[in-house]
Design a binder for this molecule. Structure first.
Ligand SMILES: Nc1ncnc2c1ncn2[C@@H]1O[C@H](COP(=O)(O)OP(=O)(O)OP(=O)(O)O)[C@@H](O)[C@H]1O
Length: 217
């Protein structure tokens, strides 16, 4: 097993309330996890901490064998870890421009941006929507754009916050179908969810949050 991320002594407080106290949290390279637990137990908060959107304390953190702080959140992690919100926020431009945005920010050459965006739209089955303004998209289409926008960056770790919440029927099926091919070779994914079908996907390890602590299944 190759460790991608290891955090020892992770603590998250909101005021006087200690929400999370994890002795050790390990994410292996190339592994997929579902994070379950009761409403309000802290699943989104844990993903947001890992994605650098919420501060927390850690006694020790190692990412690809490199010791780093958790707070302030290092740029080295920001490039390699991508968080996908359950209600993704889109720029009011086209689908293609939304997917290209992060690659342009990373100053990738134009041809490379074009190739990757085309590949990502084809992967998410949204090529027909390339010129559509994002305001016109359905919830399921938005989620697929958000997944393509995250995948195109080729992160080492993808964090999905309830990717199928609020979706049903075909929209949910379409998002579910993308999950097994979501990561590029060697990347890892952690999904917070209540969706039984996602929890039951083959090859996915289960992690449960309970009273601020982690149970690996
Ligand atoms: N900024 C904040 N300030 C204070 N409390 C917060 C803040 N953000 C989240 N919380 C609290 O932390 C707890 C965990 O919230 P979180 O959204 O992480 O839970 P969750 O496990 O993802 O829940 P759900 O399954 O309902 O989405 C909740 O009680 C929430 O009210």
């Amino acid at each position: 097993m190759t460790m991608l991320l290891r955090i020892d002594g992770l603590k998250k407080r909101f005021g006087d309330r200690l929400l999370l106290s994890l002795d050790r949290f390990v994410i292996e390279a190339g592994a997929a996890y579902v994070l379950t637990g009761a409403n309000g137990v802290g699943k989104s908060t844990l993903l947001r901490i890992l994605g650098g959107l919420e501060p927390a304390e850690a006694a020790r953190l190692a990412f690809m064998e490199r010791e780093l702080p958790l707070h302030p959140y290092p740029q080295a992690l920001r490039r390699e870890i991508v968080y996908v919100h359950q209600h993704p926020v889109m720029f009011s431009t086209s689908v293609a421009a939304n997917i290209a945005y992060g690659l342009k920010a990373h100053r990738l050459p134009r041809d490379e941006v074009h190739t990757r965006v085309e590949e990502a739209m084809s992967w998410a089955n949204i090529a027909a929507l390339r010129d559509s303004p994002t305001a016109t998209l359905s919830g399921g289409e938005k989620q697929r754009v958000a997944l393509a926008r995250a995948r195109v960056l080729r992160p080492k770790l993808l964090l999905l916050d309830e990717p199928t919440a609020n979706l049903d029927g075909e929209a949910r099926e379409a998002v579910m179908a993308l999950i097994p091919t979501l990561t590029h070779a060697g990347a890892s994914v952690v999904m917070a969810c209540h969706d039984r079908d996602l929890i039951g996907l083959p090859g996915v390890q289960r992690i449960k949050l309970r009273e601020g602590r982690l149970e690996m299944r």
